[in-house]
Every structure is written in C-alpha cells, then in structure tokens.
Write a protein that binds this ligand. Structure first.
Ligand SMILES: [Zn+2]
Length: 136
C-alpha cells in the first residue's frame, strides 16, 4: 500500500466515523421524542457531501426549537419532496415538546448550501402555484 492509499483510507475512515456519529446522534434524538414530527435529519451517507449537488456540507450551530410546530400546507408539501430535491437543507431543528433546564439550546448540524437555495426556490414556486399537483 502506498502513501496515497493510506491517506485515502484514513480520510474514508474519518468520514465514515463522522457519518456513524451523526447517525447515532440522530437515532438517539429520534427515540427521545417519539410523539412529534422530527427535524429533517441528513440521510445516511458515507461522506459529508450532498449526494444531489455534490458539494461539501457546511457546519452550523443551529438553534433547537421546542414545542409543537404548526406546519402549514406549504411546509408539509416541502417535507414530502425534501428527500429527493433538497435532502440537506436542514431549515430547522426540532427538540420535541418537553423542555427542561438540561435541554440543549443548539446543536451542530451539517447542511448543503445549494439544498437551501433549492428549497427556497421550491417554496417560492409553491406559493406561485408552479408545482404540479403530484409534487404537493
Ligand atoms: Zn444539496
């Protein structure tokens, strides 16, 4: 094995470890608050790249919103298409209905900047009635 192979394998190992850490964090949070809709969590991936737009995901310390969210029709429609059109937009982070002094106020997330632009454009198109009924 040459040096380039070792570096490549090390990078793959680090990316895999980060992916598994993110997955375990998602599973832990998903099981903690089973009775409310959850934040769109990044799908499982082997590296921190958007599989749709092929750009690296950006880290952000995102505020966690608690309580029962009031999703309107537009937000519900966006949730139905997000996995195929903008899976890493991560526009918000929900912490569930129960909050106490130990509840975290924020969490590190990774988002795709192009997914966010795509989501904003999709929402504007939805408002304008641009999307066919099967998208809704
Ligand atoms: Zn993307």
């Amino acid at each position: 094995m040459n040096r380039t192979d070792r570096i490549g394998r090390t990078r793959y190992g680090i990316a895999l470890a980060i992916g598994l850490l993110m997955l375990s964090t998602f599973i832990a949070s998903a099981t903690a608050v089973p009775d409310v809709p959850h934040s769109p969590a990044p799908p499982q991936h082997d590296s921190l790249k958007c599989e749709i737009h092929h750009v690296g995901l950006v880290e952000e310390n995102m505020h966690i919103a608690y309580g029962l969210p009031a999703f309107n029709e537009q937000a519900m429609a966006a949730m139905r298409v997000q996995d195929s059109l903008f899976p890493h937009a991560v526009p918000y982070l929900l912490g569930g209905c129960v909050i106490d002094e130990n509840s975290p106020k924020s969490r590190i997330i990774h988002y795709c900047p192009i997914c966010r632009v795509a989501r904003d454009a999709w929402l504007k198109g939805y408002e304008a009635g641009a999307h066919p009924e099967e998208d809704r």
